[in-house]
Design a protein around this ligand. Structure first.
Ligand SMILES: NC(=O)c1ccc[n+]([C@@H]2O[C@H](COP(=O)([O-])OP(=O)(O)OC[C@H]3O[C@@H](n4cnc5c(N)ncnc54)[C@H](O)[C@@H]3O)[C@@H](O)[C@H]2O)c1
Ligand SMILES: [Zn+2]
Length: 367
C-alpha cells in the first residue's frame, strides 16, 4: 500500500493506493474520523458496484461506523441538480448532520456529484473519495474540484471542496471496460507529456494497442497522483497558473466532447485527440521540434480512439473554444509543449493555426 499526503494550509488529504484498500478502509480511516461517538457515513455508490459497496460498508462497520447506502444509476446526466437533489433528500430524511461523512464510490461522475453535495449540504460536510475508474484514480478524485452540469454547459455549477481522504483500490479496476482504461490512460499520458519524460517513455514501451494493463499499475497511479498533488498544492483554486498546465489537451478536448453532446467520447479519449492537436500547435508555433511532435503523435494515434470525425467541422470546434471556461476576453489560452515534460502557455494562437493543426491530424493515417 502506498500513501501520499496532499497538504493545503492546515488541511490534509490522505491518499491510499494499492490492492485490498476497500477491505482495509475502516482501519485506514481511523485517523480521519473524529473520536467522539459513532461515526455516521453515507456511501453514495454507482449502482454497478454493489459488491464493492458491501465490502466498503462491512469494513467501515467493523470499525464502528453506522452506514447508509444509496445506489445511483450513473450517466453524465446524473451530474445535475436532479442528481444532487436525490442525495440531499436522502441526507435530510435520515438527518445527516455535520459529523456525517459522505463516501463517493464510483468514477468521475459520482466523485464530482457527491463532492459537490458534501460541499453544499449544511454548508459543507466531509467526504471521502473512493474512485473506481482509472481516470478518477489518477486525476478527478484529487484536487477538490466538484460540481454538476447545467443545460448551458458542463461543470458550470460547483465548489472547491477537498476530500478528507481518497482510497484508490486497484482491485476494483478489474471490471472496468477497456475503453475506460484507455480513457484513464489519456490522463496518465498527459502527466508524462507535461511533467515527466521518463513516464512518457515508459508508456511508449508498455503499451500494446487495444489492451492496456500494467503489472506496475500501483506505481504508475501513485506517480500520477504525486504530480497532481504537487500541482494542486501550488495552486489549490486554479488562480496562480500552476494548475493550468493540467489543462493540456483539454481546450480542444472539451470542444470535441461538447460538439458530440458528451455522448460519443469518454473524457480521456477526447483529451487524447486534444493532446494531438496541442502537440501539433506546439510545433506550428515554433516551440517543439517536428520530430518530437511526430513521436508524440505516433504514440497517440496508435491508441484505439480514432481520428477527429469529419462531421466535426473546424468552424464549430473553433466556436466552442470561445466558450471555454479558461478563455479570457474571448482569447483562448493554450498549454503547449517545449519538450516532452515541459510546457509553455500561449495566448496568441490564431484560428487559422488551430484549423491547420486539426487538418493535419485528420490527414494522418491511423496505424
Ligand atoms: N473533478 C475533476 O477534477 C474532474 C477531472 C476530470 C474529469 N472529471 C469528470 O469525471 C467524469 C468522467 O469520469 P469517469 O470517466 O470516471 O466516468 P464515469 O463515472 O461515468 O464512469 C465511466 C463508466 O464506468 C462505469 N464504472 C465505474 N467504475 C467501474 C468499475 N470499477 N467497473 C466497471 N464499471 C465501472 C460507470 O458506471 C460508467 O459507466 C466527467 O463528468 C468529468 O467531467 C472531473
Ligand atoms: Zn481531464
Amino acid at each position: 500500500l502506498k500513501k501520499l499526503v496532499l497538504r493545503l494550509g492546515s488541511k490534509k488529504t490522505q491518499v491510499w493506493v494499492g490492492t485490498g484498500v476497500l477491505r482495509q478502509a475502516g482501519k485506514l480511516l481511523r485517523k480521519v474520523s473524529s473520536s467522539q461517538g459513532p461515526m455516521k457515513g453515507w456511501i453514495i455508490a454507482d449502482a454497478r458496484l454493489k459488491k464493492e459497496s458491501k465490502t466498503l460498508k462491512d469494513s467501515l462497520e467493523k470499525e464502528g461506523w453506522k452506514i447508509h447506502l444509496l445506489y445511483l444509476k450513473v450517466s453524465e446526466d446524473l451530474k445535475s441538480s436532479n442528481g444532487a437533489n436525490r442525495i440531499y433528500e436522502e441526507l435530510l430524511r435520515f438527518q445527516a448532520d455535520r459529523r456525517s461523512v459522505l463516501f463517493a464510490l464510483g468514477g468521475g461522475v459520482i466523485g464530482d456529484l457527491v463532492g459537490f453535495v458534501a460541499g453544499t449540504y449544511l454548508r459543507g460536510i466531509p467526504w471521502v473519495g473512493v474512485p473506481t475508474t482509472l481516470l478518477a484514480q489518477v486525476d478527478s478524485s484529487i484536487g477538490g474540484k466538484t460540481g454538476i452540469n447545467h443545460s448551458k454547459g458542463k461543470n458550470l455549477i460547483g465548489v472547491f471542496h477537498q476530500p478528507a481522504a481518497v482510497l484508490c483500490d486497484l482491485d476494483v479496476l478489474r471490471s472496468l471496460p477497456q475503453r475506460d482504461m484507455i480513457s484513464g490512460l489519456g490522463e496518465i499520458i498527459k502527466y508524462g507529456l507535461i511533467f515527466d519524460s521518463t513516464l512518457f517513455s515508459k508508456l511508449e514501451k508498455i503499451y500494446s494497442p487495444f489492451h492496456f494493463s500494467d503489472p506496475d499499475l500501483e506505481n504508475l497511479i501513485a506517480r500520477c497522483l504525486k504530480w497532481k498533488c504537487q500541482t494542486v498544492e501550488k495552486d489549490e483554486r486554479d488562480e496562480t497558473g500552476a494548475r493550468e498546465v493540467l489543462n493540456f489537451g483539454h481546450t480542444l478536448g472539451h470542444a470535441i466532447e461538447a460538439e458530440t453532446q458528451y455522448k460519443y467520447y469518454r473524457h480521456g479519449e477526447a483529451v487524447i485527440l486534444g493532446m494531438r492537436v496541442a502537440a501539433r500547435l506546439s510545433y506550428l508555433r515554433g516551440y517543439l521540434p517536428e520530430n518530437t511532435q511526430e513521436r508524440i503523435d505516433r504514440f497517440l494515434r496508435g491508441l484505439p480512439v480514432g481520428s477527429i470525425p469529419s462531421q466535426l467541422k473546424n468552424k464549430n470546434l473553433l466556436e466552442r473554444l470561445k466558450w471555454d471556461k479558461k478563455a479570457v476576453d474571448g482569447q483562448v489560452r493554450f498549454v503547449l509543449l517545449r519538450a516532452i515534460g515541459s510546457t509553455v502557455l500561449d495566448r496568441q494562437i490564431q484560428a487559422k493555426e488551430i484549423s491547420s493543426a486539426l487538418d493535419w491530424i485528420r490527414s494522418r493515417r491511423m496505424s
